[in-house]
Design a protein around this ligand. Structure first.
Ligand code: ATP
Ligand code: MG
Length: 421
């Protein structure tokens, strides 16, 4: 017996309707906001992530699925959705189009992490990317997209945390202040944070270890270090959110795990599913496109973990769509009627009607049981008598209702389907 790799999950036929429901909702909302789908490969040259995501991040340092292909090229399975989109934006000259460029994706993501609830080695993300606008209005659009999507799903209790981590200029000052602050408490930090301190001190603010969290509470706030332009951007955004009635909290400890962020960063957090409560994370990354070889292009976006989203929705008993069931089960009593049953089933399906018939040579009783099990709404029994009289009866399995149908018409697919819905 070969088992599934650690940290991965199957999406079984009984569960997939939930994914379809969410994917449909997401695509519909993207249409309303005029974002278009982009599909990029599951793997890219490793260098893209080294340069794009940044080599001081946890993702690049220890979480990537990297291997040499048969041509000795270093290849990596995407550890996040944005770098591939940025690569494609440059490579396909999308920057020559009138801006902004508004894209969305639905993708698997691979990270070599310690599996636990809400933390997998392969997970999936919805994401949007808005390229070519520096304005806070673009940040507003991206955050409003996520907020509206989550609210439409019935999630009203998520906490939107927003922060600004400034631009490289003002962040340099802030980093110095942070290193100074944490250095005085270095011996109390976890070993990972001691390692991070010089290279990426902002990540210490994001550490989940309780003692580090406690120390981080007293750290200098990045908001106090923002330059005038970054400060104005942040204030314009928070004003726009307030005016639109989108609730949020400015949280100076939200820094995000990726190096490419500038100015706005945000997370939607659930307090109901334990410590892996971040359902959606995003922000602005004005230097990413240039960093990987394109011309300087401001950008903002988010990634939303679909497995975590489902966890939160299930926890909240929210609606997640419905399993589709056949409208008809066509039941041949014996092998003699099975040809007619197949003809009818085929005709109904050609006409777009979900129906089922026997494929296993079951008895009448066993077929009734099966029709019940698959939740068929009507059963149409076909025996010798029905064929002689050219009349069949559709029996409603849920209510006392029977509808007589002309057999020849049914074989022609000539029935008023509205009578059955
Ligand atoms: P975390 O702090 O939880 O590790 P992250 O900062 O690494 O999250 P992002 O890179 O922003 O997360 O990914 C976007 C979203 O994808 C997260 O908010 C989360 O919902 C989801 N996500 C990230 N890593 C995993 C994982 N290993 N398993 C399941 N979902 C994940
Ligand atoms: Mg992570």
């Amino acid at each position: 017996m070969i088992n599934i790799p650690k940290g991965t999950k199957d999406c079984l036929p009984e569960e997939s309707y939930k994914w379809h429901f969410l994917e449909d909702k997401f695509r519909k909302q993207a249409r309303v906001y005029n974002f278009k789908e982009i599909r990029t490969p599951v793997f890219e040259h490793t260098e893209l992530f080294l340069r794009g995501v940044g080599d001081t991040t946890d993702i690049v340092n220890k979480e990537m699925y990297t291997f040499l292909d048969k041509g000795e090229r270093s290849i990596t399975l995407k550890p996040e959705g944005t770098a591939g989109v940025a690569r494609s934006f440059i490579e396909n000259g999308l920057d020559n189009n009138p801006q902004p460029t508004k894209m969305y994706y639905i993708t698997p993501v691979f990270r070599y992490e310690q599996p636990q609830a809400g933390r997998l080695r392969e997970h999936h993300q919805f994401g949007i990317e808005l390229y070519g606008s520096e304005s806070y209005k673009a940040d507003f659009e991206v955050i409003s997209f996520a907020n509206n999507f989550l609210e439409c799903l019935g999630l009203k209790n998520l906490e939107l945390n927003i922060n600004s981590i400034g631009c490289p200029t003002c962040r340099a000052e802030y980093k110095k202040a942070l290193i100074q602050f944490f250095s005085s408490k270095e011996d109390q930090l976890c070993s990972q944070c001691r390692e991070r301190l010089q290279k990426n001190p902002l990540r210490v603010l994001d550490c989940k270890v309780p003692t580090c969290k406690e120390i981080a509470k007293g750290a200098p706030s990045v908001i106090d270090y923002l330059c005038q332009d970054c400060k104005a951007h942040h204030e314009n955004l928070t004003n726009a959110l307030s005016k639109a009635g989108i609730k949020f909290k400015v949280n100076p400890n939200i820094v995000r795990g990726l190096d490419y962020y500038t100015r706005t960063v945000f997370e939607f957090i659930s307090n109901d599913i334990g410590s892996q409560g971040t359902v959606c994370g995003g922000g602005r990354y004005n230097n990413l496109v240039e960093e990987i070889g394109g011309k300087s292009t401001p950008a903002v976006g988010f990634g939303m973990g679909i497995e975590r989203l489902i966890m939160v929705l299930e926890n909240a008993n929210a609606y997640l769509g419905e399993k589709e069931s056949p409208l008809f089960y066509i039941l041949p009593i014996t092998e003699n009627e099975s040809e007619v049953a197949t003809l009818i089933t085929n005709k109904l399906r050609v006409n777009g009607i979900n129906c089922e018939t026997d494929l296993c040579g079951r008895s009448l009783k066993a077929q009734m049981k099966y029709a019940n099990k698959i939740n068929a709404k009507y059963v149409i029994v076909i025996g010798g008598e029905e064929i002689t009289n050219k009349k069949v009866t559709a029996k409603n399995m849920f209510e006392k209702q029977e509808i007589e149908i002309d057999l020849d018409k049914l074989i022609q697919g000539d029935i008023d389907i509205d009578l059955f819905r």
